[in-house]
Design a protein around this ligand. Sequence first.
Ligand code: NDP
Length: 298
Amino acid sequence: MANEKTPVEKTPVTLLGLGAMGAALGRTWLDAGHPLTVWNRTPGKTDALAAYGAEVADSAAEAVAASRLVIVCLLDDASVGEALADADLTGKDLVNLTTGTPAEARERARWAEERGARFLDGGIMAIPPMIGVPESGGYIFYSGPRALFDEHRATLAVPTGTSYAGEGPGHASLQDVALLSAMTGMTGGILHAFALVRGEEDIAPKEFAPLLSGWLTAMALAVDQTAAQLESGDYTEGVVSNLAMMTAGNATLLRTAEEQGVSTELIAPFTDLMAARLAEGGHDGESVTGIVDMLRHK
Ligand code: NDP
């Protein structure tokens, strides 16, 4: 019987996929003392973890047979189906950290359950150097049965933080992709800003960079107001920069781009939507939150 002198047995883990992300994940479970069985389609990539004590399986099916908890971190959803085609998933707890769409996650959950496995889907909000570095702020969204997440939470928390996204299997992927989509828009804005000042000899990119990151950090607080307005349904709540004023200001943004010889293709789709929202009438005093509704109705 376990007592305080008996070391707690660490849950054995099987990991399929030792790309950049899988290799980083696997190392942390070994460091934490979990028995680890690994498989990778290209065999040589298992050498580094084998040197740290991982068992190397010759096939995905053999790796799956080695542990109840099976983590999959492959390129895309199609590679998951391919790799697990011959594996017996009966009684397994399958955790899929492969990036995919919410619909792919829901379908993969159904597929896994039909094969006798319990299933969690994960969305990784970290890059490999953040894995095993708690202060990096990285984490993984998980969705699927709460009890299953709770059962494996300690093991799942070894590589990076955990965030439970809900019972619906598509929720982890949806929140992952929503955050990545926000980053995509932000990156587009950053590139447009650099393009505007590029070519001005007395505005060095390295001097402009802290102005840009400081401004974006300050403006990021607007997400709380957007959330509050979406919940109350009142898009004028707390507005200090209204749609009519911002739409007028957009003309300056577009003319400045022209003056600087910079294409407006990254910002024009958004300024067009703001103009269209204003043209609907009755929204002058609102924020831009109404564009959420416009996007959903398109
Ligand atoms: P890599 O390209 O480094 O590795 C891809 C892995 O998938 C390799 O193990 C590769 O095997 C395997 N693979 C590809 N196709 C198949 C297939 N048909 N059958 C079996 N195995 C296959 O990618 P990462 O490790 O960086 O990414 C893995 C997952 O993690 C992706 O879904 C990615 O979106 C996600 N992710 C990655 C991040 C990153 O910054 N790297 C950040 C957040 C999420 P082989 O070695 O044989 O090619």
